[in-house]
Design a binder for this molecule. Structure first.
Ligand code: NAD
Length: 354
């Protein structure tokens, strides 16, 4: 049994990690989350009644607060997922991305380092600071090639630049101070509990409701999609068995053009919710002006984590996407509360002091 401190645990990937830690392990979990618009305690309801689970509302950029939370909880693993994560929002307002992704990671590293230095040598050796990052730090690929652990950094959006900066700080805290860090760079995730501002959940919900399905440019951009539970499993595996200082690239071997993703969702929704009013959902596709600096293609060579940690994705894109559409159809209450803003009303009083 280990003590996991998970920052950003109320977000899309963080909540999947926490639900999996509750379901499949005997580890203790403390979620630390600021509850921005992307944080949703509804996504943690399946974990909330477990005595191994606790929640603390805090900003990772608040060094004093993070220091006292870490000292009081005494974690074996800090899994750092808290971030501003939406590329479009980073283009409209980069400041918040620097504050949380760069300053926040620095503050958390400093708090973790102060705590780690006070541990016994045995606990020091077992401790991990696991930084969760993205393949977007590597920039854009052409028609061929794959990102891997040694690929040069070339971020192109304010979001990916802020994540790249945070990766460099984490690596430096390992090399300079000896903090046992791990960095994982993952491709695009999709799955249940995904905030409907991102391509896949937005398309699913708009297709269900017969609303226009916006596609950037000609929909030619390629992403390598990974089902969120496959990512969560890789993260837990890396946190438990990854070697200090290592970097692991994680991807699903599922390259798809955005337009093909949208068409596949349309076909699935047509099959699962036939509706004579809208006709085939493909008719709702609407091409919109491309995002500035839109990277063409991301794809991951995940052979290191497959070889070293024995990880493999379970879902194919087709099986994962079907599960995802079925989840949104069966969990209308979750996304209706997101769309209405109702999920934000329950925030006060939810924090459990430690
Ligand atoms: P998300 O936006 O769904 O969740 C982010 C969470 O962080 C939210 O709960 C939010 O409330 C919290 N948060 C934001 N600022 C905070 C702060 N200052 N202090 C404490 N909590 C704060 O993001 P996600 O999609 O779950 O991504 C999680 C991590 O994984 C991020 O670091 C992201 O860069 C990385 N990542 C995401 C993807 C993807 O496809 N979504 C792919 C690779 C890597």
């Amino acid at each position: 049994m280990k003590r996991f401190l998970v920052t950003g645990g109320a977000g899309f990937i963080g909540s999947a990690v926490v639900r999996m830690l509750m379901r499949n392990t005997s580890h203790q979990v403390l979620v630390v989350d600021k509850l921005t618009y992307a944080g949703n305690l509804d996504s943690l309801k399946p974990a909330a009644n477990n005595t191994r689970y606790r929640f603390e509302r805090a900003d990772v950029a608040d060094f004093e607060r993070m220091r006292s939370i870490i000292q009081a909880y005494s974690p074996d693993v800090v899994m750092h997922l808290a971030a501003e994560s939406h590329v479009d929002r980073s283009i409209d307002g980069p400041g918040e991305f620097l504050q949380t992704n760069v300053v926040g990671t620095y503050a958390l590293l400093q708090a973790a380092l102060a705590y780690w230095r006070g541990l016994s040598s045995e606990r020091q050796a077992a401790f991990r600071f696991h930084h969760i990052s993205t393949d977007e730090v590597f920039g854009s690929l052409g028609d061929d090639g794959f990102f891997h652990e040694e690929y040069p950094y070339q971020p192109s959006s304010p979001y990916s630049a802020s994540k790249a900066a945070s990766d460099h700080f984490v690596r430096a805290w390992h090399h300079t101070y000896g903090l046992p860090t791990l960095i994982t760079n993952c491709s695009n995730n999709y799955g249940p509990y995904h905030f409907p501002e991102k391509l896949i959940p937005l398309t699913i919900l708009n297709a269900i409701e017969g609303k226009p399905l916006p596609v950037y440019g000609k929909g030619e951009n390629v992403r390598d999609w990974l089902y969120v539970d496959d990512h969560a499993r890789a993260l837990i595996l890396a946190a438990e068995h990854g070697r200090p200082g290592e970097i692991y690239a994680i991807g699903g071997h599922n390259e798809r053009k955005n337009i093909d993703v949208v068409r596949t969702i349309c076909a699935l929704v047509d099959e699962l919710v036939p509706d004579k009013t809208f006709g085939p959902r493909g008719r709702l596709i609407t091409y919109v002006t491309d995002r500035p600096g839109h990277d063409l293609r991301y794809a991951i060579d995940a052979s290191k984590i497959e070889r070293d940690l024995g990880w493999r994705p379970i879902e194919t894109f087709e099986s994962g996407l079907r599960k995802t559409v079925e989840w949104y159809l069966a969990n209308r209450e979750w996304w209706e509360r997101v769309r209405s803003g109702g999920y934000r009303g329950e925030r006060l009083g939810q924090g459990v002091a430690i």
